[in-house]
Design a protein around this ligand. Structure first.
Ligand SMILES: CC(C)(COP(=O)(O)OP(=O)(O)OC[C@H]1O[C@@H](n2cnc3c(N)ncnc32)[C@H](O)[C@@H]1OP(=O)(O)O)[C@@H](O)C(=O)NCCC(=O)NCCS
Length: 163
């Protein structure tokens, strides 16, 4: 499948594509560097080839995967499942561009609200999500099994932010 037509962001040639099986080796390299409990290649493959509720995108820089983001959409509710940027490319707007693209896709696909969980200690991600309009609504205690860290639950209601 050809890379989906995309736009150019941040002045450094970032492009977006639906995540495809051919991206997964690069996605896995980023995943392994980004999370204490990384997803497996098999999990990503299931998400991009079999899960009808899943929608994943990659940000490409010079044809290489710079980062990725994904969500599940059930009826009018979306749930962000995964977001990561290559460690060497963080702090340059890739994460913001990915999330902005994902939120746009969620709205187009019919979601009117979107939620996610984020580690209490993940200052960068919490700050990014807040700046996009997500609001912290609660905690899931001991959500992360590697260190029993709590997850902050965040929500964004598209209709509220549009008015
Ligand atoms: C979270 C993550 C995706 C952000 O991606 P990024 O490309 O570095 O983010 P951006 O450069 O687009 O920055 C967007 C915003 O994030 C926040 N942010 C990014 N890095 C930050 C840092 N080191 N400290 C505090 N805030 C930070 C800021 O609000 C920033 O906005 P600003 O540039 O206007 O200040 C990236 O750090 C990452 O991959 N982390 C590891 C995986 C992860 O934690 N994923 C989220 C799981 S819930």
């Amino acid at each position: 499948m050809a890379t989906e037509a995309t736009d150019n962001r941040q002045g450094f040639g970032l492009q977006f594509s639906v995540m495809l099986p051919e991206h997964l080796d690069q996605v896995m390299a980023i995943e392994l560097k980004s999370f204490p409990i990384p997803w497996s290649h098999r999990t990503f493959m299931f998400e991009v080839t079999e899960n009808d509720f899943a929608f994943y995108i990659v940000a490409l820089l010079n044809g290489r995967v710079a980062g990725y983001a994904g969500m599940w959409i059930v009826l009018d509710e979306a749930h962000v499942t995964n977001v990561a940027v290559h460690p060497e490319l963080r702090g340059r707007g890739v994460g913001r561009a990915l999330m902005t693209e994902l939120l746009g896709r969620a709205a187009v696909l019919g979601a009117d609200r979107i939620t996610l969980e984020v580690r209490v200690s993940n200052r960068a991600a919490r700050s990014l999500y807040k700046s996009l309009g997500f609001v912290e609504k609660g905690l899931r205690r001991k959500y992360y099994s590697d260190n029993n860290e709590d997850a902050v639950i965040m929500w964004l209601h598209f209709k509220q932010t549009r008015h």
